[in-house]
Ligand binder design. Structure first.
Ligand code: RI2
Length: 331
């Protein structure tokens, strides 16, 4: 977005957008909640009086938030959750529209937090005494499952892989160990060697396509392949707003690529200016390798993802303009 579009966006909103872009706010669910919060702040701080201007201001805020990271579909789903309700509200006054944004953003945040708690409750039922669990990256939804299982008195152990290059496995380690859960950090390269001791794998999701394929942190599909080879159940914990409605109409999920400096240091890059580094942030795990997806509305087999999409988002809510074919093409 050009400077003009940013000029009247409040600093707090710019800071949230930057925090998402730079991954100081990370995790698909947290990104979505942060975006909703940013929209609420933007509405609160808006000082104009024209309802149409307010609408274009909120469109600019949406564009800014959507430009931060491309993959986690929770982000556009959160933004359109608010924008759709704003656009369908009667433009009585800026005060009224502001109230709509604030209420709907709060509603999304609350719904999202409740969903994570419900997934914890449902997913914890899959964990049995004596289980050894493996997880990849840091997922709030997976942590919710594991903490709930601990609350219920289940005795289990966790392997958390490091998740290069940004080492989110360390966040998982800290989260779980401070909760009294028996957790061991392993390098990503040890996944195959520990898999024979593992009973269940749990990972989160950034996006789920209508065919049930799961987009999650880079390395997830390798973990899934190894789990499949050893017949270890592979569970995905994901709120329904991580399902991608646009995939139902053929849109592909964009896989974010980040700076080479996340893989090797800037100094090293300066010393080796011709080095080529590829740093994809996410990968795609096909539905064949996924035992089930744990959502807040139940545990579903991956191939039923399209049903979740029509159930949750409605059949006509994908933003595709309805247009009849030209007369000569009609049959
Ligand atoms: P929750 C994260 O992405 C990871 O890929 C994680 O598995 C996923 O979001 C879901 O996280 P990133 O922001 O919503 O670290 O379950 O790139 O926390």
């Amino acid at each position: 977005m050009g400077e003009a579009g940013l000029s009247n966006i409040p600093d707090e909103v710019l800071v949230i957008a930057d925090d998402i872009r730079e991954m100081r706010i990370r995790g698909a669910g947290r990104i979505a909640r942060a975006a909703a919060k940013a929209m609420k702040i933007a509405a609160e701080k808006y000082s104009g009086v024209d309802a149409d201007d307010f609408l274009s201001f909120m469109e600019n805020v949406s564009k800014l938030l959507l430009s931060t990271r491309p993959t986690a579909v929770s982000l556009p789903n959160a933004v359109s959750y608010v924008m759709r309700r704003l656009k369908s509200a009667k433009a009585i006054s800026v005060d009224y529209l502001r109230k709509v944004v604030i209420e709907v953003a709060d509603e999304f945040i609350q719904m999202s937090n409740i969903a994570v708690g419900t997934i914890g409750e449902i997913g914890s039922r899959l964990i049995e005494d004596g289980d050894v669990v493996l997880t990849h990256c840091h997922s709030t939804a997976v942590v919710s499952v594991l903490k709930k299982a601990k609350d219920k008195g289940r005795e289990f152990k966790v392997y958390a892989d490091e998740t290069r290059p940004r080492f989110q496995g360390r966040i998982t380690y800290r989260d779980l160990s401070s909760y009294g859960i028996d957790v061991t950090l392993i390098p990503d390269s040890a996944v195959a060697s520990v898999m024979r001791k593992v009973d269940k794998v749990f990972v989160g999701a950034d996006a789920i396509a209508s065919n049930g394929a799961v987009v999650n942190k880079i390395g997830t599909s390798q973990v899934a392949l190894v789990a499949y080879k050893y017949s270890v159940p592979f569970y995905v914990a994901a709120e329904t707003y991580k399902f991608s409605p646009m995939t139902l109409i053929g849109e592909l999920i964009v896989i974010e690529e980040r700076s080479p400096a996340e893989i090797v240091s800037r100094e090293w890059l300066d010393k080796h200016p011709n080095i080529r580094v590829f740093n994809p942030v996410f990968d795609v795990t096909p539905p064949e390798y996924i035992t089930a997806i744990i959502t807040e509305i139940g545990i579903i087999p991956p191939h039923t993802a399209s049903l979740i999409l029509t159930e949750v988002f409605g059949a006509k809510s994908y933003g595709v303009e309805e247009k009849p074919v030209e007369e000569s093409e009609q049959v």
